[in-house]
Design a protein around this ligand. Structure first.
Ligand code: HEC
Ligand code: HEC
Length: 295
C-alpha cells in the first residue's frame, strides 16, 4: 500500500513520515553538489591509492602503478651529479692550475673539493681555517716560507717539506749550538740581536754590534742581511710580526742551538694508495691560495 506523502504545514516541505511525540522529521536530502563533490573525492582518493606508493603491509608497501619513489629519484640525481663532478675533476687533473683558476665553473668545483680535502687532511696541523699554530705556518696570511703563488703551493703540497720525498723542499738550518759552531755566549749575543732588531723587543745591555757581526757571518746567507728571509731555502723572515715558532727569546735561543726543522708530509699519491690524487692536490692548492694570502 503506497504511503501517503505528508507535507509539513509550516514549511510546506515533505516529511519522512517519522514522528516522535508530535515532532515530525522533514525530508531534507543532502544537496546534489555536495554529493557529487563527495563522490568525486572518493574516486580521486581511490585513483591515487592505486597510482602512488600507498598501502603498507608486513615488511613492505604497495608501490603504486606509476612506480614512483623519491628515494630512487634522489639516488638518480646524486649519480648524475657525481658523473658531472667526475667530468670536472678529470678536467682539473689535466689542466694547468692557473687555467683552472680562470674557469669559474671548474674553480667552484675545485674550491668545494679543496675545502673538504683540507678539513680531512690538513686541518689537524694547520687549523680549521688554515690559521696555523706554533711550528705549523699560518696559510691564510701574507707571510710565506716557500712561496704563495699557486705553483709554489701546489709544489709544497705535492712533495712536502723535509718529507723524505726526493723532490721535497729541503733546507737545514745548522744546529749552531749542538754542533759547537757557536759558543753559548755567541748564541746569546746573536739571539739578543735577532730579538731586538727583528722581533722588535728591547734587550737592555746587549752588545748588538757583536750580535750583528755574528748574524751577518752565520745567518744572513739564509735569513737575508736584514732578516727578510729567503724563500729558496724556506728561511722564515725574522723581521716580521708573524713567527713560525714561539715569539719568545727562549724560542730564538732554542732554534739557534738545535733547530726544529719542521716536517710537512708529501701528498703525492703513492703506490699503496695513500696521499691525494692530482686533481685533489690542485683543488686543495686553489683552496689554500684563496684563504687570503695567495699571491
Ligand atoms: C703533520 C702536520 C702537517 C700536515 C698534516 C700538513 N702540514 Fe702543511 N706544513 C706542516 C709544517 C710543519 C710546515 C712548515 C715546515 C717548515 O718548517 O718549513 C708546513 C708547511 C706548509 C705549507 C708551506 C707554507 C709556506 O709558508 O710556504 C703549505 C702550503 C702547507 N703546509 C699546506 C698543507 C696542506 C694543503 C695540507 C693538507 C693537504 C698540509 N699542509 C698538511 C705540517 C703539516
Ligand atoms: C741554511 C739556512 C739557514 C741558516 C744558515 C740559518 N737559518 Fe734560521 N732558519 C732556517 C730555516 C729553514 C728555518 C725554519 C725551519 C725550521 O726549523 O722549521 C729557520 C728558522 C729560524 C728561526 C725561527 C723563525 C720563526 O719564524 O720562528 C730563527 C729565530 C732563526 N732561524 C734564526 C737563525 C739564526 C740566528 C741563524 C744564525 C746563527 C740562522 N737562523 C741561520 C734556515 C737557516
Amino acid at each position: 500500500m503506497p504511503t501517503k506523502i505528508e507535507k509539513d504545514t509550516l514549511s510546506g516541505r515533505e516529511t519522512t513520515g517519522h514522528e516522535w511525540d508530535g515532532l515530525k522529521e522533514l525530508n531534507t536530502p543532502l544537496p546534489r553538489w555536495w554529493l557529487y563533490t563527495f563522490a568525486a573525492c572518493c574516486l580521486c582518493a581511490l585513483v591515487l591509492v592505486l597510482l602512488l606508493p600507498s598501502i603498507p603491509y608486513g615488511s613492505g608497501y604497495f608501490h603504486g602503478l606509476l612506480g614512483l619513489s623519491s628515494r630512487a629519484t634522489v639516488a638518480a640525481d646524486v649519480k648524475a651529479m657525481e658523473a658531472q663532478r667526475g667530468i670536472f675533476m678529470d678536467k682539473i687533473k689535466t689542466m694547468p692550475i692557473e687555467q683552472v683558476k680562470q674557469d669559474p665553473q671548474l674553480l667552484a668545483v675545485a674550491t668545494a673539493a679543496g675545502r673538504i680535502a683540507f678539513a680531512t687532511n690538513c686541518q689537524p696541523c694547520h687549523g680549521p681555517g688554515g690559521e696555523g699554530r706554533i711550528g705549523y705556518p699560518n696559510l691564510a696570511d701574507d707571510t710565506w716560507l716557500w712561496g704563495g703563488k699557486l705553483a709554489d703551493i701546489q709544489q709544497t703540497i705535492t712533495y712536502g717539506i723535509r718529507s723524505g720525498h726526493e723532490k721535497a723542499r729541503n733546507s737545514t738550518m745548522p744546529a749552531f749550538g749542538a754542533l759547537g759552531v757557536l759558543k753559548p755566549e755567541q748564541i746569546e749575543a746573536v739571539a739578543d740581536y735577532v730579538w731586538s732588531a727583528f722581533y722588535g723587543h728591547a734587550e737592555a745591555g746587549a752588545d748588538l754590534a757583536k750580535g750583528r757581526a755574528l748574524f751577518v757571518e752565520n745567518c744572513a746567507v739564509c735569513h737575508g742581511d736584514n732578516g727578510e728571509g729567503k724563500r729558496d731555502v724556506g728561511a722564515p723572515p725574522l723581521k716580521s710580526a708573524v713567527h713560525l715558532y714561539d715569539d719568545t727569546r727562549a724560542a730564538v735561543v732554542t732554534q739557534i742551538t738545535n733547530p726544529h726543522l719542521g716536517v710537512m708530509p708529501t701528498w703525492e699519491r703513492r703506490g699503496n694508495n695513500t696521499g691525494l690524487d692530482a686533481a685533489t692536490i690542485k683543488s686543495v692548492a686553489l683552496y689554500v691560495h684563496a684563504l687570503g694570502g695567495g699571491e
